[in-house]
Design a protein around this ligand. Structure first.
Ligand SMILES: Nc1nc2c(ncn2[C@@H]2O[C@H](COP(=O)(O)OP(=O)(O)O)[C@@H](O)[C@H]2O)c(=O)[nH]1
Ligand SMILES: [Mg+2]
Length: 249
């Protein structure tokens, strides 16, 4: 999906020869197929949202590159919040239950969706995949559902799954320029957790330049500096999560 981009009106972006590899012959039909895929996704996303709202559960779609620290941050999150909030995790991974297993034992309900059945493994969760995992969660008994998306900076941003908010984890090891190179993702999110700040003394990462690049593509996002190694910033992140309960989006 990453070669194609949605416009705000829901249509897919038409490509021209030389643009992303030039599907000159099949371009028009590919765009039509993509528009169908996106409209089917949005229909199911609306169904998911209705289920979340009926159940009274606030839902966050958590995205990042592979290895930025989503699961690590979630273990801290559960350790802080699971005593006071009834939390569910929908864990999306291409293969294995490794991350889902890491999130067991904190008192949260964890459901795994493996996307490996697709074309080499789907690179994102779409609304249908999320829907397929919901029956394994006690939605009516939850306050907060966090969907840990498949690690990828492109595709997950293009699929709404019915969530109330989108957040991403970004590791300081990923470079300063990624907001400019992957603007669809950085623009889509309501919050960015800048993770692994414990590593800053060992890197030549220019934090101010990164923050300025992020601000250029998304001036509205809440930015939280954190370390899932030391626990720094985790309280602020948990505050953002619990703040979702007082916001009507
Ligand atoms: N130094 C450091 N390592 C981290 C931090 N957060 C995650 N990691 C490590 O980064 C790797 C990937 O983390 P993981 O939570 O699996 O990332 P995910 O793929 O986004 O779920 C693991 O080896 C973690 O221990 C952090 O804040 N600081
Ligand atoms: Mg993970």
């Amino acid at each position: 999906m990453g070669r194609f981009h949605r416009h705000p009106d829901g249509t897919a972006h038409e490509h021209h020869a030389g643009d992303h590899g030039g599907y000159a012959v099949t371009g028009t039909s590919r765009v039509a197929v993509l528009e169908d895929i996106f409209s089917e996704n949005d229909r199911v996303a609306a169904e998911n949202r209705a289920r979340f709202d009926v159940a009274g559960v606030r839902t966050v779609n958590l995205m990042s590159s592979p290895g930025a620290g989503k699961t690590s941050l979630l273990t801290h999150t559960l350790a802080r919040l699971a005593a006071d909030l009834r939390i569910g995790i929908l864990e999306g991974d291409i293969a294995t239950s490794i991350d889902a297993d890491r999130l067991e034992g904190f008192g949260a309900a964890v459901a795994l969706v493996n996307t490996g059945a697709g074309f080499g493994g789907e690179c994102h969760l779409d609304a249908v995949m999320v829907q397929s995992g919901l029956h394994r969660l006690p939605l009516a008994d939850l306050d907060l559902l966090v969907i840990e998306n498949v690690g990828n900076l492109v595709c997950p941003a293009e699929f709404n799954v019915g969530e109330h908010a989108k957040a991403m984890v970004y590791a300081v090891t990923e470079g300063e320029e990624k907001p400019l190179k992957y603007p669809v993702m950085f623009r889509a999110v309501d919050a960015v957790v800048v993770n692994k700040v414990d590593l800053l003394p060992y890197l030549d990462f220019d934090l101010d330049l990164f923050l300025s690049n992020l601000h250029d593509v998304n001036p509205k996002a809440t930015v939280i500096q954190a370390s899932a190694r030391t626990g720094a910033g985790v309280d602020e992140w948990c505050g953002w999560l619990t703040g979702l309960f007082s916001e009507i989006r």
